[in-house]
Design a protein around this ligand. Structure first.
Ligand SMILES: C[S@@+](CC[C@H](N)C(=O)[O-])C[C@H]1O[C@@H](n2cnc3c(N)ncnc32)[C@H](O)[C@@H]1O
Length: 203
C-alpha cells in the first residue's frame, strides 16, 4: 500500500465524514452485545456506540493504523478488533456470531454489495439487526439522472463510491427484512450525494 493510500486517503476521509455525529448516535443507539462494523474506516463511529456494546469487530480493506485512530480506539469503553479485508470475499467468523452489524456510508463503496450482504446475513445471529445509514439512489427521477451522469467522475475522486445504489433493495436481496427505513435528504451535502437511507434490517 502506497503513502497516499496509507496516510492521505484516511485523513481526507476522516475530515469529510466528521460532520455526521448526530446521525451516527441516533442509529447506533440500538447497537448491543458483540457488534460487527463493516467499513470501519477511521473509527468515527466509536464514540457513538452505547454502553450496551460489549465488543466491536471492525472490517475494512483500507485498515489504516494511524496514531489518531489508535487513540480513538484506546478510548473506547469496549475491546476493538480489526480485520483488513473486503466483506464480499468472505468474513472469517462463524455463522450467527454477532448480535448486531453496523454499516455507515459504506455500501456505496463495496465492489460487490450482493455477496457482502449475504456474508453479513450469515454471521448475524437469527433475529439480530443490521443498523445502516447510507447514501444512494434518489426517488426523484431528475436527481437520479444527475447521479448517473456524475457517477463515473465521483467514483474516480471518492474511493470508487457509487451515487446511485438502491440501498433498501440491495439489503432485501441480501436476505434481510427491513424493519425500519427513514428516507431523507441530508441538508449539508450536494443533492446527488445527500439522498440518505437510514434504517434497521432484521436477519
Ligand atoms: C466513506 S467511508 C465510511 C467510513 C465509516 N464507515 C464512516 O462512517 O466514517 C467507506 C469505507 O468503506 C470501506 N470499504 C470499501 N470497500 C469495502 C469492502 N469491500 N468491505 C468493507 N469495507 C469496505 C472503505 O475502505 C472506507 O473505509
Amino acid at each position: 500500500m502506497g503513502f497516499y493510500a496509507r496516510h492521505v486517503l484516511p485523513r481526507a476521509m476522516d475530515w469529510t465524514m466528521r460532520r455526521r455525529g448526530r446521525l451516527r448516535s441516533e442509529i447506533l443507539a440500538r447497537a448491543h452485545g458483540e457488534v460487527l462494523e463493516i467499513g470501519f474506516g477511521t473509527g468515527l463511529n466509536l464514540p457513538h456506540y452505547p454502553s450496551t456494546v460489549r465488543k466491536l469487530v471492525g472490517v475494512d480493506p483500507m485498515d489504516p493504523r494511524l496514531a489518531f485512530m489508535e487513540r480513538r480506539i484506546s478510548r473506547a469503553p469496549f475491546p476493538v478488533e480489526r480485520f483488513g479485508l473486503r466483506a464480499e470475499r468472505g468474513l472469517p467468523f462463524e455463522d450467527g456470531r454477532f448480535d448486531c452489524i453496523a454499516m455507515t456510508w459504506t455500501l456505496c463503496s463495496i465492489a460487490e454489495p450482493g455477496p457482502a450482504l449475504v456474508e453479513m446475513r450469515r454471521v448475524l445471529r437469527p433475529g439480530g439487526f443490521l443498523l445502516f445509514i447510507e447514501h444512494g439512489r434518489s426517488d426523484d427521477p431528475a436527481v437520479a439522472r444527475w447521479q448517473r451522469r456524475v457517477n463515473g467522475l465521483h467514483r474516480l475522486l471518492a474511493l470508487d463510491c457509487r451515487l446511485d445504489r438502491p440501498i433498501d433493495a440491495l439489503i432485501r436481496k441480501g436476505g434481510f427484512e427491513i424493519a425500519e427505513l427513514d428516507r431523507f435528504v441530508f441538508k449539508r451535502e450536494p443533492r446527488v450525494y445527500a439522498e440518505t437511507y437510514r434504517g434497521i434490517a432484521r436477519a
